[in-house]
Design a protein around this ligand. Structure first.
Ligand code: AMP
Length: 407
């Protein structure tokens, strides 16, 4: 499985940041943690800025700064102390990119990319204006807007808040126009979009990267299966027609070029009959569906982010083996710690834990990746490995490591 690289004719770009340089990361979750692990392996230093102490990223970074994103003085001091800035989530206030620009520190991707991804209305409008296929949508700013839209565009439809939506949060499905008032209340009466429900066959994503020289690479299409609106399983390569991947790559490249994005960016798609694709959303950073590239690809999405942010040439996105990733949510901790010994008995299951102290239902605590000769084989092993974590309650332990009493 090889995926192509294209080079655009940009002649001038700054000299790359080499090992020994310090990358500053805004946001301190698992994406920053896996970036930091890749960066430290390669001899880079990582400083992290977020409001949280002892964070998943902070635990493995060289330096953890705990401050509010709105604290401009703290942001400026942090930016001055690093060689480049990047983000591990998109909801970072716009002044961070502005301060980096004032200080002459490269911030990748640039502010416009974050701004577009932060708001579904801006994002969908950008797709539509770029001529990219997207489900029909209407901006909603009042109950009157919503009632009118439900009479004119499709039902069923989905009402989504414009800001701060992820993992299905801030979304309501509307089956009939009479549900307008309830739906408007349910999303907190805020700016939203109403979107037609897409009758998709599969959800797929494409993790792509663009370098400072305009080069573009991607990891092919990955199939994503969700449970309760949260990513549950990712399968690479997705079992799809080659033509779907060709189209997806063209769309991802258009997105990154039009936004002039440097870094890693994931495009999530709905794949419908006859290989029709609709863009759902973009994440301007490594993505949960790309975690399996750590074991399965020559260059992981995290090393790729580091390479792009530091202005290095991009790495090979070739897959070494098919792979499946299963997420480990906090729900697995409901009856005590998962049975790690049972998981260890799976010789091909690679465990990643994010260092989060508190396991809450729905919270992403870690993941398992399995590589195998085929994606089907990887899928059955990955599911069996995860099931083993809760299969035998007697092997589970309490927080202080004592065996948990059988129920
Ligand atoms: P989102 O937060 O927009 O990624 O949506 C979360 C999940 O809701 C998606 O992964 C889909 O499973 C589902 N979904 C969102 N928008 C649509 C749509 N227009 N049609 C069908 N399903 C959708």
């Amino acid at each position: 499985m090889t995926h192509p690289t294209t080079q655009s004719p940009i002649t001038h770009h700054p000299s790359p940041l080499l090992p020994g340089s310090t990358v500053g990361v805004f946001g301190s979750g698992q994406l920053g943690r896996m970036l930091a692990l890749a960066a430290r392996r390669m001899g880079y230093h990582i400083a992290v800025f977020s409001p949280d102490a002892d964070s998943p990223t902070g635990q493995v970074a060289d330096r953890e700064v705990v401050a509010d994103y709105m604290d401009a003085d703290a942001v400026r001091a942090f930016v001055r102390s690093v060689d480049a800035v990047t983000y591990e989530f998109e909801n970072v206030p716009a002044h961070v990119a502005m301060i980096a620009a004032e200080e002459g520190v490269p911030a990748r991707p640039r502010g416009r990319v974050l701004r577009t991804a932060q708001n579904r209305l801006r994002e969908k409008t950008f797709f539509a204006e770029a001529g990219l296929p997207v489900a029909s949508f209407v901006p909603i700013r009042s109950l009157a807007d919503l009632s009118a839209a439900l009479e004119t565009i499709c039902v069923p439809a989905i009402l989504k808040t414009a800001a701060f939506g992820y993992d299905g949060k801030g979304q309501v499905r509307i089956a009939h126009p009479s549900q307008a008032a309830d739906a408007w209340r349910a999303i907190g009466e805020q700016e939203a979009i109403l979107e037609c429900v897409v009758d998709f066959e599969k959800e797929v994503s494409m993790v792509a990267a663009r370098g400072v020289d305009g080069s573009f690479v991607h990891y092919g299409l990955i199939e994503n299966r969700h449970a309760n609106h949260i990513l549950d399983v990712s399968i690479a390569p997705a079992a799809v027609d080659k033509i779907a991947e060709v189209h997806a790559a063209r769309f991802a490249k258009i997105v990154m070029e039009k936004l002039d994005a440097v870094g890693v960016l994931c495009v999530e798609f709905f794949l419908c009959k006859e290989n029709r694709l609709f863009l759902n959303e973009i994440a301007p950073r490594p993505h949960n569906s790309g975690h399996l590239t750590i074991e399965a690809a020559v260059t992981s999405q995290f090393e790729q982010q580091l390479r792009a942010v530091c202005g290095l040439p991009l790495g090979s996105t070739e897959f070494v083996r098919p792979a499946v990733m299963v997420n480990l949510l906090g729900d697995l901790w409901a009856d005590g710690k998962p049975n790690w010994a049972a998981l260890a008995a799976f010789p091909t299951a690679k465990l990643h834990l994010y260092g989060k102290a508190e396991a809450r239902p729905g919270r992403k605590m870690g993941h398992i990746t399995v590589t195998a000769a085929t994606a089907d084989a990887a899928l059955s092993t990955a599911l069996a490995a995860r099931a083993a974590l809760t299969a035998d309650d007697r092997q589970r332990t309490t927080d202080d490591g004592r065996p948990k009493a059988a129920r």
